[in-house]
Ligand binder design. Structure first.
Ligand SMILES: [Zn+2]
Length: 253
């Protein structure tokens, strides 16, 4: 299985428009972070987790010419607003499978009503096949996916375990019974927003404590704000088995 980090930034991305913060002005490519998303590829299958506002460029940058579906963690704008740009995939492949909590699907129907229209549908609009998911495992072809339920400042959010790899973003709290599902997973990705606490995201300290509970062989941090600091400086301070993810990073599981 190959994981590609398509974006590792928080909701505004880094740099923030107009910001003079030193991290936003950094020339290190690792300090430039698009909105958070990953590509999960195994055998001939390719799935994207979330499709935020940078989706189009992320697909071009990673040279993705086909996707088998999109899994949604939750409906916040930085995770869904690239939805219209599934059109090139739809034109070539037909209906694009999407997976999400029923609440997330409802939100997509409100924001992108034309995609779901059944009458007088605009011919250029894409069509999707809807797969509502609950907190029970489901299959993508030959792979079992285990949803991991979390709390994002009062909003339910799903992380996903794909075999030896688990991806959790936008978590503020994960219950012990959910942690059991990913205990000792070899590779873990989890969100770490900044140093200071935040109402709906793990800060660095909370993310590291979470990693300790899960006990992966290797962990990567994502959904990073400019307030976490420069990539190279933060990286030096992390435990040996924890790294900051950065855009375009690929890991083979
Ligand atoms: Zn969010």
């Amino acid at each position: 299985m190959k994981i590609t980090f398509l974006g590792t930034g928080t909701s505004q991305g880094i740099p923030i428009i107009g910001s003079k913060h030193p991290v936003c002005l950094s020339t290190n490519p690792k300090d430039k972070r698009l909105r958070v998303s990953i590509l999960v590829a195994w055998d001939d299958y390719r799935y994207v987790v979330d499709c935020g506002p940078d989706f189009r460029y992320q697909m071009l940058r990673a040279d993705v010419d086909r996707i088998d579906g999109i899994l949604f963690t939750h409906e916040h704008a930085d995770h869904v607003m690239g939805f219209d740009d599934i059109r090139p995939f739809y034109f070539r492949q037909g209906d694009i499978p999407i997976y999400g909590h029923p609440r997330v699907i409802e939100s997509l129907k409100t924001r992108f009503d034309y995609v779901f229209a059944t009458e007088n549908k605009y011919p250029g609009a894409p069509t999707v096949s809807i797969n509502e998911i609950s907190n029970t495992p489901f299959h993508l072809h030959n792979l079992e996916v285990i949803p991991v339920n979390g709390d994002h400042g009062g909003l339910q959010v799903f992380g996903f375990r794909f075999g030896d790899f688990a991806y959790l973003t936008d978590m503020k709290m994960v219950g012990d019974e959910e942690i059991e599902k990913i205990k000792n997973v070899p590779f873990l990705v989890v969100n770490a927003l900044r140093i200071e606490p935040h109402r709906s995201h793990f800060n660095l300290e909370e993310a590291l404590a979470f990693i300790e509970k899960v006990n992966p062989k290797k962990a990567f941090l994502t959904h990073i704000s400019h307030l976490l600091g420069f990539h190279d400086e933060v990286e030096k301070k992390l435990p040996e088995h924890v790294s900051l993810a950065y855009d375009t990073l690929e890991i083979t599981i």
